[in-house]
Design a protein around this ligand. Structure first.
Ligand code: TRP
Ligand code: ZN
Length: 491
């Protein structure tokens, strides 16, 4: 380290001072951010504050080209750093000067600036690139879904590398300007607000802005032919929804669900506190997948979500994530329960409010569905492992844990915790143990045992949160909630 050189020492040390620090001490940033579930995801040595993506996409050929301008700051004396990226870069500049770059491993773009970057220096990276996102296979799959009229980037825990170079991990959030040109008559949807739209020489450019810190996997891009509806909430926030013109028989049910976004968000504010972002909405592209995803300010819904009619419960789930997952994000992917447990529990609370079964009834029924020898109970929602990250247990046993908390601390403390947590860690990252500590602080109760039982024991807990009686009846909301669930494990 540079500092050591100026400490009092031998004559040799003072001679070393003459050598430029960049040559002697600057080190490459790590190729992963340090998440044991996904060691290659994210990178070390710098922190991004803003992504400016200027893109052009041709639906006919699936060709995406663009320039990414990334504002970052070094967190160590940096000789070189990585971005996570699957498309092909043609030029990289750092602080305006051409940088050397090379691909390594599955998704690493190694960038060597002309000069080292001393710790704490703000710097600008420009990456020019092109490619067909659906051709790019990383880890054996593509997160880009082709549609007859375009394509969509939406996946968890990884989607960014198919459309922009990034520090691809929720620990490094940033703001976004996404500007994308598509042929006239086609639309492009992304996060946040539509700042402007203009057409020239057959191409329409859409300028989207997401103004609050946003994790890379929550950044989304959809190109296609959409019906777009716009509105304002009672608080004056813009609501922008988009529906593929090609939803067929699912169109009515999709609209009858997603058009209730404002109403659902208003209700969620009564439980989780003030809505954390500057815009709302949802979009339903004509993709073949069946999942939904909580992309920031504008969740993604597959048409199949609405194949059995409207499903407001899935809207409740994705919007609940705006507080639990998007504003307060996982510190590491092992912390997925702080997202999914609470998004599922919001569905239980919505059911309770709608008179379709109380959270307790849903807990009882969930508990009764899985006998003690069911593998369901071997998954630890508090640390499920990457292979079970989105297992039904993370959602359902995860929600049982929250019901157990409610029964232990009482209504007043419980709802104070639900509302206080998104404030406590707004726009940041937190872990399962942070949540346990927070709940203990608010309630004044020791909760280690309770959470150990419900989140970490690999066996069926005794019937304390749920009544074990065999004759529990299926709550009215069960099937709609389960529809969301089936979708998750289907992936
Ligand atoms: N987070 C999503 C939800 O709960 C579910 C999900 C898990 C997902 N893995 C995914 C969605 C992969 C899309 C792709 O709503
Ligand atoms: Zn979810």
């Amino acid at each position: 380290m540079y500092r050591r050189l100026i400490a009092p020492g031998a004559l040799a040390a003072s001679l070393l001072l003459a050598i430029p620090a960049s040559a002697a001490d600057f080190q490459p940033g790590a190729s992963g951010i340090g998440d044991p579930y996904y060691p290659a995801y994210g990178n070390g040595g710098y922190d991004v504050s803003h992504y400016d993506l200027r893109l052009k996409y041709q639906p006919k050929t699936d060709q995406l080209e663009g320039t990414a301008t990334i504002l970052a700051s070094s967190t160590q004396d940096l000789s070189r750093f990585n971005l996570d990226f699957g498309l092909t870069a043609s030029e990289v500049r750092v602080n305006g000067k051409k940088a050397k770059f090379a691909r390594s491993d599955v998704q690493e773009l190694e960038v060597t600036p002309a000069a080292g970057l001393p710790k704490g220096t703000p710097f600008t990276v420009v990456v020019k690139y092109a490619g067909k996102p659906s051709d790019v296979k990383l880890w054996g799959f593509t997160s880009w879904q082709r549609t007859p009229d375009g394509g969509v980037a939406a996946n968890e825990p990884e989607a960014a590398a198919w459309w922009f170079p990034a520090n691809d991990h929720p620990l490094d959030k940033a703001t976004y300007d996404v500007s994308i040109a598509v042929p006239d008559g086609t639309q492009a949807i992304s996060n946040g607000t539509l700042q402007s739209q203009s057409s020239k020489l057959g191409w329409t450019r859409f300028n989207w802005r997401s103004a609050h810190p946003q994790a890379t996997y929550l950044s989304t891009l959809a190109v296609g032919k959409f019906d777009i509806t716009t509105d304002k909430t009672a608080d004056g926030l813009p609501v922008i929804n988009a529906y593929s013109k090609d939803l067929g028989a699912n169109e009515g049910a999709a609209k009858a669900s997603v058009e209730r976004t404002t109403e659902v968000a208003e209700w969620l504010e009564s439980v989780y506190g003030k809505y954390p972002f500057e815009a709302l909405g949802g979009y339903v592209p004509n993709v073949p997948s069946s999942f939904a995803l909580e992309t920031q300010t504008r969740p993604f819904y597959s048409p199949k979500q609405f194949a059995n009619g409207s499903n407001v419960s899935v809207v409740v789930h994705e919007l609940a994530h705006q507080w639990y997952g998007d504003s307060v994000s996982v510190r590491g992917w092992k912390d997925i329960w702080i997202n999914e447990g609470f998004a599922r529990y919001a569905q239980w609370l919505w059911s309770e409010k709608e008179g379709e079964g109380t959270a307790q009834e849903l807990a009882d029924y969930t508990y009764a569905q899985h006998p003690a020898d069911d593998a369901f109970w071997t998954v630890k929602p508090g640390d499920p492992g990457p292979e079970n990250q989105f297992d039904a247990a993370v959602y359902d046993r995860g929600a049982l844990a929250i019901q157990a908390l409610r029964n232990k601390v009482g209504e007043k403390n419980f709802f104070a915790i639900l509302k206080g947590w998104p404030q406590q860690h707004a726009y940041g990252n937190a872990s399962v143990s942070d949540f346990i500590g927070y709940a203990e602080g608010v309630s004044g109760e020791r909760l280690g045992g309770l959470f150990d039982t419900w989140l970490f024991e690999p066996s069926k807990p005794g019937a304390s949160a749920a009544r074990a009686s065999a004759d529990v009846v299926q709550p009215k909301s069960w099937k709609r909630i389960a529809a969301t669930n089936g979708v998750h494990s289907e992936r």
